[in-house]
Design a protein around this ligand. Sequence first.
Ligand code: FE2
Length: 499
Amino acid sequence: MGYPLPQTNSLRGPFQPMRFEATVEECIVTHGEIPKELSGGFYRTGPTWRRPTKQGNSPLISMDGMVQGLVLDNGRADFRNRWIRTPKYVAEERAGRGLFEWTDGGFGDWRDHAYGDVKRDEYTCGVPQGTNNINIFPFAGEMLASGEQGGPPIAIDPITLETKGVVNWSTKLSPGLHAKTTFGDASFTAHPKWDYETGTLYGWNWRDESPYVTIHVVHPDGAVESRDLHDAPYNTVAHDIWLTPEWIVMPFQPFTADKKQITEKNLGIWGWDEELPIIIGLIPRHDMDAEVRWIKTDLPAEYVMHTMSANVDGDRLTLDAPIFNRPPFPFPQDFAEGEDVALFFSVSRSFLGRWTIDLKTGAAKTEQLSDRPSELPKVDERFYGKGYTFGFQVGGVVKRNGMSMNSLVVTNMRTMAEQVYQIRTTEAAAVLEATFAPRHPASPEGDGYLIVPVSWWADRRGEYLIFDTHDITKGPICRIEIPFLLGWTPHGHWMDFRY
Ligand SMILES: [Fe+2]
């Protein structure tokens, strides 16, 4: 059956869907050369519109995940993109139509996200609602796609991008916002951190009922250690953490989610309650039974969506991140009934910042470290949990109530020296999140390459730019052409094939 493309903000401009699966072997390199020593894959996932939902519209989280992979080896690049064959995708493909209805799927305005519960019927009973469309990360030789809520991570083959299936440790995970629909239906964060040496994955799950958070530490053999945070202070959207040598550092911020807002008040799921204090949880990462330290701060109401990294120097804990004035999500105070959702960076902006915690006294302070709007922070992931020096971000300029992203920024977080390269000027393009790949497996921290996907969506083409971290201000050392519209994706990671 054919459909018109719905006219909503979530499908306009850079969000136009890439509705086909492609294989481009030996991609055209229009400038420079791909470093021969790079051997690995750069993978991303994003919500991709397949067809209207049963409710006739297209909330972002309802859209099926599609993985895009750029595999580099000996100076050659191969591109592939594939739908992620989630249980939901497979059921709807079989039926040839949208089968799902969400409690927040039928308003037809800013309240629709598909984060609410699914109305279960004979077609959807027993089928997890997850679309696995937020992030994809390496674990135990596979790439795992996660949507944060609605279903467990799904393993993807790093070469063919074939869906291998739900991870075999899904039965050991806990449910997130939604009740289990079948054996192994659970969920897992989209932003886990990991230990490069041991391969241990530090993840969690959040929900709007107590216990608000469950920690899940996953070992490469599939063993899972779990801990319910029964003393978590309140229901928060636990999207990201910092990892230190000793702790999982989880911020409880006044950005909340409550499914009852949908069903009882006819509102969207999100809330922003500036009266709630920011509380930092220091969760021991090596002992699931050790006491959690909760630090109630007097930080102003502000919001970290994605963390950069953290350092511990004596009694001083520094937590670095782009800090928003408020979450880039729609709240009841912003919109009236019938208004379309405004996406992400159009409703608020963030600047590189730092929360410093005195571990002796618990005193906290916040600092703004740059006057350039920035987000999508990344680091050299071999150093997750070990302290760090180099941070990478997409930078931009202030635009109306939000920001417009246009550049790559490398910051030495100890000296605050920075390098910037402006990737676009006035062209219609989306500069997407960068990913770091080390020059060699044993290179010092931050020594290597940054790969930046760019969607030149008005020209219906894409590019991957590779920068050398020695000096990004000289511009990309190579440009890899993608000869069609590169669909929007929020996040991704590098898998190194050299170790
Ligand atoms: Fe994210």
